[in-house]
Design a protein around this ligand. Structure first.
Ligand code: 4NP
Length: 157
């Protein structure tokens, strides 16, 4: 079964494109069929590649973010994706408002719910903290949790 996952942050140039690339690569490694995308609640960076220091930090761990381009989340995304996973509670408020307008589809949820051991609900925004390695640490932990949850829901055939 194909799993369709959309990651959402504020700008779609730091956290959610990182989640898109990390989760896509991990899913590929375990041969989990996925469609993955990312988007921002804000539209300031539409069409731009990820933030250069985010690209560099991800590249150091073997993730290639260079081909990704920012887009803004839209109402239709809630019908197109099985899960819409947001990076912090501010994203959650914004995405919930859009989800209510959409009137259908999966309600947005916090990505870090898949990393209960990290003790955080909000993935800190490296646009402000400049801690791009923390972004990668948390995205990797939550991606592992999400992979485990999807595999548990779909036993091997
Ligand atoms: P992101 O980080 O939401 O992780 O992509 C941000 C990037 C840009 C801005 C805010 C957050 N901005 O205000 O331009």
């Amino acid at each position: 079964m194909m799993h369709r996952i959309l990651f959402v942050c504020l700008g779609n140039i730091c956290r959610s494109p990182t989640a898109e690339a990390v989760f896509r690569q991990m899913a590929q490694t375990v041969r989990l069929p996925v469609v993955v995308d990312s988007a921002g609640t804000g539209g300031w960076h539409v069409g731009e590649p990820p933030h250069p220091p985010m690209i560099a930090a991800a590249a150091a761990r073997g993730y290639d973010l260079r081909a990704l381009r920012a887009r803004q989340v839209q109402r239709g995304d809630f019908a197109r994706f099985d899960q819409v996973l947001v990076m912090d509670r501010s994203n959650l408020r914004d995405a919930m408002a859009l989800w209510r307008q959409a009137g259908q589809g999966a309600a947005p949820r916090l990505f870090l719910d898949y990393a209960p051991d990290c003790g955080l609900s909000d993935l800190p925004d490296p646009w402000y903290t400049h801690d791009f390695d923390q972004t990668l640490d948390l995205v990797e932990a939550a991606s592992r949790g999400l992979i485990a949850a999807l595999r548990a829901a779909q036993p091997p055939q």
